[in-house]
Ligand binder design. Structure first.
Ligand SMILES: [Zn+2]
Length: 403
């Protein structure tokens, strides 16, 4: 895509940031609530008021989700914001139970504290679940030196999280390709292809049937050919090009890992899905340091590629940074901050932000919070304060509904 400006040729690059709303909007049942209902809770028993796990479902996080469901499942539709649950759990288990109580659940479970005191502080079913799990695991470590028990416990929770991620991988893959009849979820694939086309302004693509994609050798690749200057940072665990097995349509990376490529049966081994907490939170307090093994940035570093390695070059060209379907929650501020820094958002007139949304998902408040929060990180305080104003004035902050 070329834009002619005063006789000079500028190449317009775009960086498309896709949040979980993308897959959901395209009809993939990728929410944790759908995942929970399909793979963890026994929905047959629920009809009779029995809230329990499906037979053969074990695991620390699976059990914890069930407790959250019992506590909030009926009253709060956001009850299974999994990364928030991970964060709250790690803090109360490892750092302190709450603001009023300085001990962690682990240290309580590891001490000879009087039952009356336990009952006073461990006073909700979720806390009880965590306390009992800590005590059970502490007792299992009876032969280990006291000094290593806590770290072994943390490593165990991380291993449990890996198992949970694999369960999620299998669930998503079964939703994309039916494991029984091997049929592909056509509605999702078509919606995804067409939505990417709409977001990137690709004119050549309008896929009505799967034949448009499959029976025309590498059709998907060809119809998106003009998008070679598009870079996609995808916060979903899916990649369209993997599903329809074409070459990569454009520069594309799954920020928090992606589904394994093979059919994963009972033992998914290759999934690189990363659930965790934001690095910024860990750096916010010294005592959070032991939790860094749960940092998404830290875990991504363990994989071969850096998500920010695919950013289009800075400074030289026009760049549109487009957002779709991302909640813009604090959990991912680290990424956005790095991106805005990299392009010098404040001073670089070549860079604009475009926030796309679908009917009913207006997110003006979240955008305001994100940009303001970024503004506060600028060394020049005054610049930070007028960042939104400046971006609007220069037509570099656009909010747009997409059909
Ligand atoms: Zn897998």
């Amino acid at each position: 895509m070329k834009i002619y400006r005063g006789g000079n040729v500028f190449v317009a690059h775009q960086l498309l940031i896709l949040g979980n709303g993308f897959d959901l909007h395209c009809g993939l049942k990728s929410s944790y609530n759908d995942f929970f209902r399909k793979t963890i809770i026994d929905t047959a028993g629920e009809k009779f008021g029995l809230i329990k796990k499906q037979p053969n479902v074990n695991g620390f996080w699976e059990g914890l989700l069930l407790e959250y469901y019992r506590a909030y499942g009926n009253s709060n539709e956001d009850w299974c914001a999994i990364e928030n649950i991970i964060l709250q759990t790690l803090i109360s288990v490892c750092i302190n139970i709450d603001q009023n109580y300085p001990l962690s659940i682990w240290s309580m479970a590891a001490s000879q504290i009087h039952q009356d005191n336990i009952d006073k502080i461990i006073n909700t079913p979720i806390k009880k679940y965590l306390f009992n799990y800590c005590r059970y695991y502490y007792n299992r470590l009876i032969n280990e030196p006291e000094s290593v028990k806590f770290n072994l416990f943390l490593a165990h929770l991380l291993q449990e999280l890996h198992n949970f991620e694999k369960r999620f991988c299998k669930y998503l893959k079964d939703n994309i390709i039916n494991p029984q009849n091997k049929k592909i979820n056509e509605g999702y694939v078509l919606n995804a292809a067409n939505l990417i086309a709409a977001l990137t302004g690709s004119t050549g693509a309008n896929h009505r049937t799967m034949d448009d994609i499959f029976h025309n050798n590498n059709a998907l690749f060809h119809s998106f050919r003009d998008l070679l200057s598009t870079h996609v940072l995808n916060f979903n665990y899916t990649a369209l090009s993997d599903i329809v097995t074409t070459q990569d349509i454009c520069y594309h990376i799954n920020v928090h890992g992606k589904l394994c490529n093979e059919q994963c049966g009972e033992n998914c081994t290759k999934s690189s899905i990363i659930l965790g907490i934001d690095d910024k939170i860990i750096q916010s307090r010294d005592e959070y340091a032991p939790l860094r093994i749960f940092s998404k940035t830290y875990r991504k570093m363990m994989l071969e590629e850096s998500p920010l390695g695919i950013l289009p070059r800075a400074y030289e060209d026009l760049l549109k940074i487009k957002f779709y379907g991302h909640s813009l929650s604090e959990a991912d501020y680290s990424y956005f901050q790095s991106i805005f820094d990299y392009y010098n958002l404040y001073g670089n007139n070549n860079v604009s932000l475009i926030f796309y949304y679908s009917e009913g998902y207006d997110q003006t408040d979240a955008i305001y919070r994100l940009v303001n929060s970024y503004g506060r990180t600028l060394t020049n305080r005054d610049q930070g304060k007028n960042l939104i104003h400046k971006l609007l004035l220069e037509n570099r902050l656009i909010i747009k509904k997409i059909d």
